[in-house]
Design a binder for this molecule. Structure first.
Ligand code: GDP
Ligand code: MN
Length: 386
């Protein structure tokens, strides 16, 4: 789960990580008042779930409360293109923050390295700009520390990674407690990504978090009831949000038009590959799960069809616990109640597949014997000129 910069900075503060004084504003008046409270030059930052806000025009400086009001008027409510998220996002609120006088921008990140089965702390003194570019063109400018979960982050390990990054020696002793507090926040909040870019060394020698990008492991939310308030449905894809409300495992895919429904994540992903191979573009990933009953099938179909780009739907069901006749009944019921205008191809295999196929014979639904045949059929039918 992504959270906003202002939310991440609240968490950081609780863990003793220095952050600039700031206030959230949802309109221009609030932006002006926030700037007045802060009492000096401020930076105003759009709160959206994307990085690269500077480049998108969502980070602005304001010298006076009046300027802050003007920036607020311009920015709040505006939809901007964020290349990093590859999406147009609406700025619903801004963070008005004491501007810091930057002497140096450092990149600092913690995330999981699955290959090493460790959390990895990443430091680069080439901060501020795209870290991906630095990693690609100048990998030697990036220092990494794979954190031993039993040792945590002792001073000597933090010192070593700062040293490896050629971090200014004058500030290493100040940076060590910063790194340790950041790691404590990462572990304590069950984060999967903690990115401070830039970590700012100010002209008067302070070290402070200029930005904070924070992802929390959704599987750990049960032990953080306090994070429920961080969920921002306005930032979510509306169809995904609806699917999750219904308890359906659904991911919408950019630019696709063939709806995919299957049971089991592996089967669904394979089905997506087969559709792609047959020349189609999958519109979603939907795992209907084990023992899918009629109701779940209907509900899933509604979700997939609520994407207006969908030109056809492919069901790929392997019956184990899930019974083919139950699924067939669900699909028949669902299609009856939904007034469906697109072709639907169904491949049933396993438990009670024959009984399911028998039920489908009385309908317009198109059966297929194998996954490959099903993929070819749905592509042909969905893209057929009418
Ligand atoms: P991002 O583009 O989404 O990563 O947003 P950031 O919060 O990192 O801001 C982008 C850039 O704006 C930073 O790299 C800084 O160069 C600049 N910036 C942000 N805050 C301040 C500030 O308080 N003072 C100054 N001078 N520049 C800032
Ligand atoms: Mn940043």
């Amino acid at each position: 789960m992504k959270i906003h910069e202002y939310q991440a900075k609240q968490l950081l503060k609780q863990y003793g990580v220095p952050v600039p004084a700031g206030q959230v504003a949802t309109n221009a008046d609030e932006a002006r008042e926030a700037a007045r409270n802060i009492g000096r030059r401020v930076v105003i930052k759009g709160q959206v779930h994307s990085g690269g806000r500077g480049k998108a025009g969502a980070v602005k400086l304001a010298n006076t409360p009046h300027e802050a009001e003007e920036v607020g008027k311009d920015l709040i409510g505006k939809t901007l293109f964020f290349a990093q998220a590859n999406a147009n996002l609406k700025v619903n609120r801004v963070l008005v923050e004491e501007a810091v006088d930057i002497a140096q921008e450092i990149y600092l990140g913690i995330t999981q390295d699955r290959g090493r089965q460790r959390d990895v702390l990443i430091v680069s003194t080439k901060g501020g700009m795209d870290i991906e570019e630095v990693a690609h063109n100048n990998p030697a400018d990036i220092a990494k520390l794979f954190i031993d979960p039993l040792l945590g982050l002792p001073d000597y390990a933090a010192r070593q990674v700062l040293f490896d990054a050629k971090f200014d020696k004058a500030y290493i002793n100040k940076a060590i407690p910063f790194l340790k507090a950041l790691y404590a926040a990462y572990v304590g909040t069950d984060a999967t990504l903690a990115e401070i870019n830039p970590l700012v060394i100010t002209k008067d020698g302070q070290i402070i978090a200029g930005d904070a990008k924070w992802d929390i492991d959704e599987n750990a939310l049960f032990r953080h009831p306090e994070f429920v308030q961080f969920q921002d449905s306005a930032e979510q894809d509306p169809i995904e949000a609806e699917a999750h409300r219904r308890g359906i495992q659904y991911v919408r895919l950019e630019g696709g038009d063939i709806g995919i429904i299957g049971n089991g994540a592996g089967l669904v992903m394979t089905t997506m590959d087969e559709v792609k191979r047959a020349g189609g573009k999958p519109a979603d990933f939907l795992d209907i799960g084990g023992g899918a009953k009629a109701e779940a099938v209907t509900s899933s179909l509604q979700v997939v069809l609520s994407d207006p780009n969908v030109k056809g739907v492919l069901f790929n069901i392997f019956g184990g616990i899930t019974r083919g006749d139950e699924v067939a009944k669900g699909i028949i019921e669902g299609t009856k109640s939904l007034d469906i205008k697109v072709p639907i191809v169904i491949r049933l295999a396993g438990t009670r597949a024959e009984e399911g196929a028998e039920l489908l014979k009385t309908t317009d639904l198109v059966p297929a014997a194998t996954m490959q045949e099903a993929a070819a059929k749905i592509v042909e039918l969905a893209y057929a000129k009418k």
